[in-house]
Design a protein around this ligand. Structure first.
Ligand code: NAG
Ligand code: NAG
Ligand code: NAG
Ligand code: NAG
Length: 428
C-alpha cells in the first residue's frame, strides 16, 4: 500500500471485505446499511450498488433470489389440485427441488368466482375440492413450499375476487392454510396508485406472524425499484413475458435499467421463465436462463415439469449457472458492452463473492460472431491472470486468461463464464 493512504478508505475497504467474507446475516446487515460490497474501484465504477440494500423489508426472506415453479406460463387457467401435486412430485423426482427450486406457486384461477358467506376467499370447489390447506400439507410433506396468488384490486386478472380492502382477512386465511408465498397482481385496481395498494398487504402478511414471501406484480408501472424495497421481497419491473425472443430480450433490457436497486432481501423481477415452452430455440432459452441468472432474477420455472425434454432439463438443471444466481453477494449483473451493428454483440457481467466475476457473451445479432473484450472493460485487472470456467461446457479453460478474452458465439446464443483470480505461484 502507498504511503499516506488516507485511513477512511482503508477502513471502508476492511468493512466491505468483512461483509463479503462474513456469514449471510452480517452481509444482510451491511446491505441494510447500504454498504456497497465490492472490492475494487474498477468494480465499483462499473457495478453501481449505491441503492443495494436500501429500503429493506427485513422479513428474513429473499436473501438470494427465489426459485421454484409457477403455473401461469404453461397452464394459465387450466389448473387443479392434481396438477399442483404432480408438479411437486416432479420437482422432487427430476432433482430440480434439490437444485433449489422449492416454491410451488399457484397463479390465477385457484379461487371461486365469489367470496363465501363470511366474505372469505374460497378455493374453486371443482378444481381444488380438497382445499388449499391440504395442498399445502402435501407440498410441505415433499420438503417444498406453497405459493398462492391474489390481486391488489377488486378482481384478479381472470375476474376472481381481489384482495383490495380485504388484505387482513385474506392474509390471515393464507397464513392459516400454511401458504409461504404471495404473488400480488395489479388488475382492476380502481386507478389507485400502487404505492397505496401494495403496503397494506405487506402489513397484513406481517401481522399474521408467518414468514410469507411477498412478490409484487405491478408490471413496473410506477418504477417499483424506487420504492418497493421496503414493501416486498421482489417487484416486477416489466409487463408479462411472452414465449418469444423479442419479448425476452425487451424485458432483459428493461430490467437492466434497475440493476443498482437489487440486493439481498429485495430483487428486480423480469417475470418468470419460458424455458421449455416451445416458442424459442435451445440457444435462445440458454441465453434467457443465463441472463436471468446473471441479473439475479427469480428463477421460477414456467413449463410443465412433468414432461420436459432433455434440452429443457439440461438448461434448468445447470448447477453452475444457478450458483451465479444464488451467490450470496447478491449484486445484479448488467449489460456492460454492446459492440458492432446496433451493439448486438453484447457482454453482460456481474460481481460474485470471493472476488469472482460472472461474464456472459450474448450474441443478439442474426449470425455467428466472435465477441471479445479487454478484461478491464468488465472491471478485471488487465495485467492479472484469471482462471476461467465455462458454465455451459462445464470445463475450466487452460491456460489462464490475461488481458483479453473472447469466444465465437452462435446467433442468439450466450456463453457464460466465471473469472477467478489465478493463484500466483511466484513468491515475489
Ligand atoms: C388438471 O389439469 C391438468 C392440466 O391442465 C389437466 O391435464 C387435467 O386433465 C386436469 N385434471 C382434472 C382432474 O381436471
Ligand atoms: C414483521 O416486520 C418486522 C419489522 O420489519 C420484522 O422484524 C419481522 O420479521 C416481520 N415479521 C414477519 C413475520 O414478516
Ligand atoms: C409432452 O410434451 C410434448 C412436447 O414436448 C407434447 O407433444 C406431449 O403432448 C406432452 N405430453 C403430455 C402428456 O403432456
Ligand atoms: C472467430 O475468430 C476465429 C479465430 O480468429 C476465426 O477462425 C473465426 O472465423 C471467427 N469467426 C467468425 C464468425 O468471425
Amino acid at each position: 500500500m502507498a504511503m499516506g493512504t488516507p485511513r477512511l478508505p482503508l477502513l471502508l475497504l476492511l468493512i466491505s471485505l468483512a461483509a463479503v467474507l462474513s456469514p449471510t446475516g452480517t452481509l444482510a446487515a451491511a446491505a441494510a446499511r447500504g454498504i456497497a460490497p465490492l472490492g475494487t474501484a474498477a468494480l465499483r465504477r462499473l457495478y453501481d450498488t449505491s441503492n443495494y440494500g436500501r429500503l429493506q423489508l427485513n422479513n428474513g426472506l429473499a436473501l438470494v433470489p427465489q426459485m421454484g415453479w409457477n403455473s401461469w406460463n404453461f397452464f394459465a387457467c387450466n389448473i387443479n389440485e392434481t396438477l399442483i401435486r404432480e408438479t411437486a412430485d416432479a420437482l422432487v423426482s427430476t432433482g430440480l427441488a434439490d437444485l433449489g427450486y422449492n416454491y410451488v406457486n399457484i397463479d390465477d384461477c385457484w379461487s371461486y368466482v365469489k367470496r363465501g358467506k363470511k366474505d372469505q376467499l374460497l378455493p374453486d370447489p371443482k378444481t381444488f375440492p380438497s382445499g388449499i390447506k391440504s395442498l399445502a400439507d402435501y407440498v410441505h410433506g415433499k420438503g417444498l413450499k406453497l405459493g398462492i396468488y391474489s390481486d391488489a384490486g377488486v378482481f384478479t386478472c381472470q375476474v376472481r375476487p381481489g384482495s383490495l380492502h380485504h388484505e387482513k382477512d385474506d392474509a390471515s386465511l393464507f397464513a392459516s392454510w400454511g401458504v409461504d408465498y404471495l404473488k400480488y397482481d395489479n388488475c382492476y385496481n380502481l386507478g389507485i396508485k400502487p404505492k397505496e395498494r401494495y403496503p397494506p398487504m405487506r402489513d397484513a402478511l406481517n401481522t399474521t406472524g408467518r414468514q410469507i414471501f411477498y412478490s409484487l406484480c405491478e408490471w413496473g408501472q410506477d418504477d417499483p425499484a424506487l420504492w418497493a424495497g421496503k414493501v416486498g421481497n421482489s417487484w416486477r419491473t416489466t409487463d408479462d413475458i411472452q414465449d418469444t425472443w423479442k419479448s425476452m430480450t425487451d424485458i432483459a433490457d428493461k430490467n437492466n435499467k434497475w440493476a443498482s436497486y437489487a440486493g439481498p432481501g429485495g430483487w428486480n423481477d423480469p417475470d418468470m421463465l419460458e424455458v421449455g415452452n416451445g416458442g424459442m430455440t435451445f440457444a435462445e432459452y440458454r441465453a434467457h436462463f443465463s441472463i436471468w441468472a446473471l441479473m439475479k432474477a427469480p428463477l421460477l420455472i414456467g413449463c410443465d415439469v412433468r414432461n420436459m425434454t432433455s434440452e429443457t432439463v439440461e438448461i434448468l438443471s445447470n448447477k453452475e449457472v444457478i450458483q451465479v444466481n444464488q451467490d450470496r453477494l447478491g449484486v445484479q449483473g448488467r449489460r456492460i458492452l454492446g459492440q458492432g451493428k446496433d451493439g448486438c454483440r453484447e457482454v453482460w457481467a456481474g460481481p460474485l463473492s470471493g472476488n469472482r466475476l460472472a461474464v456472459a457473451l450474448w450474441n443478439r445479432c442474426s449470425a455467428t460472431t466472435n465477441i471479445t473484450m479487454k478484461l478491464p472493460a468488465v472491471g478485471l485487472d488487465g495485467s492479472s491472470a484469471y482462471s476461467v470456467r465455462d458454465l455451459w461446457k462445464h470445463e475450466t479453460l487452460s491456460p489462464n486468461v490475461v488481458a483479453t478474452f473472447g469466444a465465437q458465439v452462435n446467433a442468439h446464443d450466450c456463453k457464460m463464464y466465471v473469472f477467478t483470480p489465478a493463484v500466483s505461484v511466484s513468491a515475489s
